[in-house]
Design a protein around this ligand. Structure first.
Ligand code: GDP
Ligand code: MG
Length: 162
């Protein structure tokens, strides 16, 4: 059925999400996972890592001219990060909506940063900002064999496919 194929293709959209060291230290891992999971997105990769400063700099390479780049790379490498890949229709763009604006002072209530963070330098979560960065960040943080593909029983209820 054509409809099934369309839905299946949409499910293959993936994004990279990370709970930063502040979110881990504050005990917000399960809260953050829960928001993506309850929405209907699917967790296909997860690990706890302490990235090196060099690795953090690679992750944030697009910001290397910014005055806060050094502090940002230092902070990301200061402790455990929960690195994840989430899959689902619209997960890149909608994941950013779940996260909220970069500055928690400007994030709407109801978003992760709006509800759980106060300042831009400690905004607890990272999410890829587009399809290209999602692909690059997933490849940077994960080996292909660390990601799984599976059909969850909930999908027919989430996407309406029988
Ligand atoms: P994001 O995609 O919403 O995370 O925002 P950006 O890609 O623009 O910036 C990456 C991260 O750098 C943000 O999540 C913040 O932790 C940090 N950051 C961004 N802007 C500032 C700033 O003006 N000051 C400081 N200290 N950190 C910032
Ligand atoms: Mg960004």
């Amino acid at each position: 059925m054509l409809q099934d194929q369309e839905v299946h293709a949409a499910e293959l959209e993936r994004t990279f999400i990370a709970v930063k060291p502040d979110g881990v230290q504050r005990g917000l891992i399960s809260e953050i996972i829960s928001r993506f999971e309850r929405k209907g997105y699917k967790l296909v990769g997860i690990k706890v890592v302490v990235p090196s400063k060099e690795f953090a700099g690679k992750h944030y390479h697009a910001l290397k001219e910014k005055p806060f780049f050094n502090g940002l790379s230092e902070f990301l490498s200061s402790g455990p990060v929960v690195a994840m890949v989430w899959e689902g229709e619209g997960v890149i763009t909608y994941g950013r909506k779940l996260i909220g604006a970069t500055d928690p002072q400007k994030s709407e209530p109801g978003t992760i940063r709006g509800d759980l963070a106060v300042v831009v330098g400690r905004n607890i979560i990272h999410g890829s900002d587009g399809p290209e960065t999602a692909k690059d960040e997933i490849n940077l943080w994960f080996k292909p064999e660390e990601l799984v593909s599976f059909t969850s029983n909930a999908e027919k209820w989430i996407y309406g496919v029988n």
